[in-house]
Write a new protein. Structure first.
Length: 616
């Protein structure tokens, strides 16, 4: 069993497994280091004193992974959420000693959203999402229009009035969005990192929503600072919808073209295919954080469908490859062990839920009293009313479908219908548990394609110690995440989409599909062809394309991965101050680090980083 002292020693000596757990947390800074220290203490206490022994043992052995132990259950915090931004802006909210009223301009609205994001991110441990960003800011841009029109009527000739007002509002929107982007990327939450923020946009068709969409994309294309670095946050998620922006005759087709340009240069935006998301989830919404999706939910008091103000309460992930390794090729043993470990997952998730019963509204005022989670509770109130009645989700994570099938069918099973049917059967069995547990606990249990920078390595490392090097399973140094196609195989985006499209139908609580491309800035039609092909097949699609930049020689593309870090293939530059290396890490972008202290595993680590976007 790991000891507190050993883990603190690992932190102080900067062991990679500890300090590199999160690509967007710089462990060299005082505040992040302090948070990591507190997390190690909280995790040790939770494993020894709080978690039931069989759950603590299962986590430490690698049968399951109880996520975010550095926060929960030591503190009964929630995971990710979809903030009720519209409600908070329109009704006002309290933050600290300040009572904030509804904004009177688009600039103030953007500034208030930043403050809300910072406060919410410090009150939970997962990502935050602001949906319908364009339509929300567009509403407040109309207040700018009224102000400029009133002034213009005194000083501007009538024939120039409309143009003047439009130009002034467009500039206000551009300034507000640019400030928003800079403020998000210069913020630090209480846990020592930039808030993990996602914004959803793309459906607004009115003039000011369109202006906001263009401003978001142009600001991202422009880059940060004089060096024009790629902004890591917010994650941009652009909604594609037929009749709105899909085809040349659609009102917002020009914005789709701008989104394609932005994606080719900055990797974001990812795209949500409206009709497929509705088919999979019941209605349309942007994911909470990088990929956690809410099911459709109807408020029983109003009869209306609600998404904003809902949250995820945590994740427990099952180590599927271990079950297959334990089974040694015997299906009957696999299924017996699978069901045993699903019971472990249930107990772990039920414990997460039970721990939240201790929370009162005063523990997270921004969440429970000021409207981030929708309803506003009074002082000292229990928060369970916001979670029950299936309003919030608990996530049943899974990892390593590729390795699991490889155990039974060999490493090239993707084209074997029997093997794929086996992987789908695993999710079908999980779904039976999902429905049973949802009914039993009155909280929606969701099946979740776990995003984890470190868990794909941790599970594999533990299984390597237990089973030794098993070809195409433990010998790689990592497990494939969720349902993703083997990263070592070169397949076209169309083949990858066709293969992966079946899985979210069974596991819609969290998913994303990635496609790999060469540099696409001069071939946007090819990228658009993939987006269009995916529209009726997958709900959520990410574009992984090389966007690394060297500021010494001007190279743009894919840097080489070396034992000492990333190297410009043109001039050999490895100075982190004059290169911009951006990779996809777990649905978010990040600036990954390859450290020479990872003993003896550089070959595997290099492969992982090179293909970071595929397995995560």
């Amino acid at each position: 069993m790991q000891t507190l002292e050993k883990n603190l020693d690992s932190l102080i000596t900067y062991e990679p497994e500890v300090v590199n757990e999160n690509a967007n947390k710089d462990s060299r800074t005082f505040n992040t280091f302090r948070d990591l220290t507190a997390g190690i203490v909280a995790k040790a206490y939770a494993l020894k004193k709080l978690l039931p022994k069989h759950i603590a043992d299962a986590h430490q052995s690698g049968d399951i992974h109880f996520h975010d132990l550095d926060y929960h259950p030591f503190q009964a915090m929630t995971n990710c959420c979809l903030i009720d931004i519209e409600g908070m802006l329109s009704e006002g909210f309290q933050m600290g000693n300040a009572k904030v009223t509804s904004p009177k301009s688009v600039q103030t609205a953007a500034a208030q959203i930043v403050q809300i994001i910072a406060n919410v991110s410090s009150s939970q441990y997962g990502g935050v999402t602001v949906d319908r960003f364009d339509e929300t800011l567009g509403k407040y841009a109309r207040l700018n229009e009224e102000k400029h029109r009133k002034i213009a009527e005194e000083f501007v000739r009538p024939e120039k009035l409309a143009q003047y007002v439009s130009e002034r509002v467009e500039k206000d929107i551009g300034d507000a969005v640019q400030s928003f982007e800079y403020e998000i990327n210069t913020l630090y939450t209480s846990n020592g990192q930039t808030p993990f923020v996602t914004i959803g946009f793309g459906l607004g068709t009115d003039i000011y929503s369109r202006m906001v969409q263009k401003a978001v994309l142009n600001t991202r294309i422009e880059g940060l600072g004089t060096e024009k670095f790629t902004a890591i946050f917010p994650k941009l998620v652009f909604a594609l919808k037929k009749g709105v922006n899909f085809s040349p005759e659609d009102t917002n087709y020009d914005i789709k073209q701008l989104a394609l340009e932005c994606s080719s240069k900055r990797m974001y935006p990812d795209v949500l295919n409206y009709d497929k998301i509705v088919e999979l989830l019941g209605d349309f919404k942007t994911p909470m954080g990088c990929r956690s999706f809410l099911p459709q939910w109807t408020d029983p008091t109003t009869g209306e469908s609600v998404n904003e103000g809902r949250a995820n309460l945590g994740v427990v992930t099952l180590n599927l490859p271990r079950i297959s390794l334990e089974s040694a090729g015997r299906k009957e043993v696999f299924w017996k062990t699978f069901h045993q470990k699903m019971n472990l997952m249930h107990d772990a998730l039920a414990f997460r839920l039970k721990r939240l019963e201790d929370v009162v509204s005063d523990n997270g005022p921004i969440l429970y009293k000021s409207g981030a989670f929708g309803k506003r509770l009074g002082a000292g109130a229990s928060v369970m009313s916001l979670f029950k009645n299936r309003r919030c989700t608990l996530s049943m994570g899974y990892i390593g479908l590729y390795e699991t099938a490889t155990s039974f069918y060999g490493p090239d099973w993707e084209m074997n219908p029997e093997a794929k049917a086996f992987t789908l059967e695993i999710l079908e069995e999980m779904k039976k548990y999902q429905l049973e547990w949802t009914e039993r606990h009155d909280v929606f249990f969701s099946i979740y394609a776990t995003p984890s920078e470190s868990l794909t390595d941790r599970f594999c490392r533990l299984d390597l110690e237990r089973f030794g090097e098993v070809k195409d399973i433990t010998d790689k140094g990592y497990y494939m995440n969720s349902f993703h196609y083997d990263v070592r195989k070169d397949v076209t985006p169309f083949e990858k989409i066709d293969f992966e499209q079946d899985y979210p139908h069974l596991a819609g609580g969290g998913f994303i599909h990635y496609c790999e491309y060469p540099k696409m800035t001069h071939n946007l039609k090819a990228l658009e062809a993939v987006w269009d092909y995916a529209y009726d097949k997958v709900g959520y699609l990410g574009t992984n394309t090389p966007i690394d930049r060297c500021y010494d020689c001007g190279f743009e593309g894919d840097f080489e991965t070396t034992e000492m870090g990333f190297k410009c293939p043109e001039c050999g530059n490895q100075d982190p101050e004059t290169v911009d290396v951006v990779k996809r890490t777990c649905g978010y972008l990040g600036n990954p680090v390859v450290r020479p202290t990872i003993k003896g595993r550089h070959k595997e680590i290099s492969a992982r980083v090179k293909h970071m976007g595929r397995p995560e």
